[in-house]
Design a protein around this ligand. Structure first.
Ligand code: NAP
Ligand code: ZN
Ligand code: ZN
Length: 349
């Protein structure tokens, strides 16, 4: 076991603080990454505050990790020491069940090993995320970072990027499609960039008027305020696809009514409470309400390669770990433009 410096929560809702954790000794197929940057996802806040219940403490959040490989085991084939590599939301799975074989490791029937707030496949060893100086990961669960992508700005692709890329692909986003993105935060800003890169006509649906210029710069051709009820009338039966990234309770029916016949709304945001949906809203137009959870390893690599090809990265605000608790409060106030990024040098010092 190796002792590693980290920032984490000792119990639900406790402010994050400096702590020491233990990582496993690397095996022959493992990479050791010296972590350079780790993004701050809203899921980190939900989990550090145990809003989805069942959280495990101590918890070191962080699943948008980019690091430099300092050691590659003797059996490692696709990486070498000195390479940049990424770790997203998964660090292992059973590798044998149908979802694992289909590249949907996030739905491993044995339960995947998530990067934090989870256990290794031994179901005993707690996993710890990227708000830390080092991580040990099997090469099959690490991602290649294409040359030319800035490491700090590329890190959010590993969660916010794949979580929005995957539903756009699943629901066949293509040139000319009318796509609505709900909520301009970490996921939302990636959804705008990615949908625009696929040729869609993107409308940003936001509660924050102050984000309009940014939304247009990111690639949206329309911007509407969802605090204004007229928006929902104006855009009734308008969209082919809506990607809903809102992290708090809201009325799904209102958004669903903006779908045209056979349109799909994909929920990726995770409000802690259940949300009622009226059958009339769905059947009146053969509308579809879908969900999507991150993406498998192969699809995450495909997304990174797509981003390199289209010059897409995240808009980040770099902070030291010492500012993490203030950053969480700003995320909760929808005041992030558009991803906080921890410079892990601050955890080392
Ligand atoms: P974020 O940066 O906080 O963005 C969420 C955005 O939603 C805010 O910026 C705000 O945008 C809007 N919003 C917030 N509260 C709202 C409210 N009460 N009513 C209406 N709009 C509201 O969060 P994120 O990191 O993008 O994550 C978003 C959600 O996705 C979280 O619940 C997170 O846990 C979840 N998530 C899911 C997956 C998955 O695999 N499905 C993966 C990662 C994250 P405006 O200011 O534009 O209104
Ligand atoms: Zn995330
Ligand atoms: Zn499996």
């Amino acid at each position: 076991m190796q002792k590693i410096r980290a920032w984490g929560a000792s119990a639900a809702g406790k402010p994050l603080a400096s702590m020491t954790i233990e990582r496993r000794e690397p095996g022959p197929r493992d990479l050791v990454l010296e972590i350079l940057f780790c993004g701050v996802c809203h899921s980190d806040i939900h989990q550090a505050r145990d809003e989805w219940s069942g959280a495990r403490f101590p918890m070191v959040p962080g699943h948008e990790i980019i690091g430099r490989i300092t050691k590659a085991g003797s059996g490692v084939k696709t990486f070498k020491a000195g390479d940049l590599a990424g770790v997203g939301c998964l660090v292992d799975s059973c590798r044998a069940c149908a979802p694992c074989k289909d590249g949907l490791e996030q739905f491993c029937e044995k339960g995947p090993a998530f990067t934090y707030n989870s256990t290794e496949m031994d179901r005993k060893t707690l996993t710890f995320g990227g708000y830390s100086t080092q991580i040990v990961v099997d090469e099959q669960y690490a991602l290649r970072i294409p040359a030319g992508l800035d490491p700090a700005a590329a890190a959010p692709l590993l969660c916010a990027g794949i979580t929005t890329y995957s539903p756009l692909k699943q629901f066949d986003c293509k040139k000319g499609d009318k796509v609505g993105v709900v909520g301009l935060g970490g996921l939302g800003h990636m959804a705008v960039k990615l949908a625009a890169s696929m040729g869609a006509e993107v409308t940003m649906l936001s509660t924050s008027k102050s984000k309009e210029a940014d939304a247009r710069r990111l690639g949206a051709s329309g911007f509407e305020i969802t605090r204004d009820e007229k928006t929902f009338e104006k855009l009734a039966r308008h969209f082919d696809l809506i990607i809903d990234t809102i992290s708090a309770p809201h009325d799904y029916d209102k958004y669903l009514r903006m779908l045209r016949v056979r349109g799909t709304m994909v929920v990726v945001g995770v409000p802690p409470e259940a949300t009622p949906v009226h059958a009339h809203t769905l059947i009146g137009g053969n509308r579809r309400l879908a969900g999507s959870l991150i993406g498998g390893i192969a699809e995450t690599q495909e997304m990174l390669d797509h981003c390199a090809k289209h010059g897409i990265v995240s808009d980040v605000e770099i902070i030291p770990a010492q500012q993490i608790n203030q950053a969480y409060e700003r995320v909760l106030k929808s005041d992030v433009r558009y991803r906080f990024m921890i410079d892990i040098a601050s955890v080392r010092s």
